[in-house]
Design a protein around this ligand. Sequence first.
Ligand SMILES: [Zn+2]
Ligand SMILES: [Zn+2]
Length: 280
Amino acid sequence: MIVTLWGTRGSLATPGPDTARYGGNTSCVSVHGREGTVLILDAGTGIRPMAARLAPALRRVDILLTHLHMDHIQGLGFFDPLFRPDLEVHIWGPASTQLTLQARLMRYLSPPLFPVYIRELPCHLHLHEVGEAEIDIGEFRVSAARVCHPGPTVGFRIRDAQAKVLTYLPDHEPALGALTFPVLPRAWTSGAILAEESDLLIHDSQYSAHEYHDRVGWGHSSMRHTLDFGSLVDAKHVVPFHHDPAHSDVDLDRLLSEAIEQAKPAFRVTPAREGATFRL
Ligand SMILES: [Zn+2]
Ligand SMILES: [Zn+2]
């Protein structure tokens, strides 16, 4: 599979000279399989440039939403394939006990926040709610599970026919409630079963250790947590993701080198940079 990062920023799009290297668009990752299956992970502002690269002959695309915070859905209304009548679009998102996925997406895809109602979109739209699930999409086996983050949120583990594994946990606080992290066995840690022995693990690393101290329960990890989580699950390659809007490229370089010096990870670490591609 080919994994491309189109948006790496958390919380709010942050374009500008200070973020030009790692990127200012919010969460969006594409996964292209050898047999032509296309998955899009989250629909942040990075989804707009991603859409421009889709093959015109494509007939189906699947968007997997981890959750419905604005930074993960804001690009949806500007995703051109939704306006193509020849295209089948499947949107998978977390189940909720309170409202359907359609009703929750409608809060954004309807006036006054957006001029078009979801029911007016010309594509063939199919919505699917997921909790704990194993789903076959084209050549991929997708496992979903709920993870620690405010509101209904899932993470995704994507395995291809060659048994290569990508795990996507963009908003995740596995350290919540632990005095020292990680202390629990792997099976009791949020997201760990999804992430175990991943060839590529894309993981939330929004904060410095100092910032995390003041933001416990906000649903995110520090850079150090990301590396410790990668060790806990025996990941082979970790991509720190969902950069804080307040962090410049220079800040990110510093946070990463400090965390690597402390954690001494046994795996490869590549900070998420808009436009980066990984071949598994
Ligand atoms: Zn987010
Ligand atoms: Zn979130």
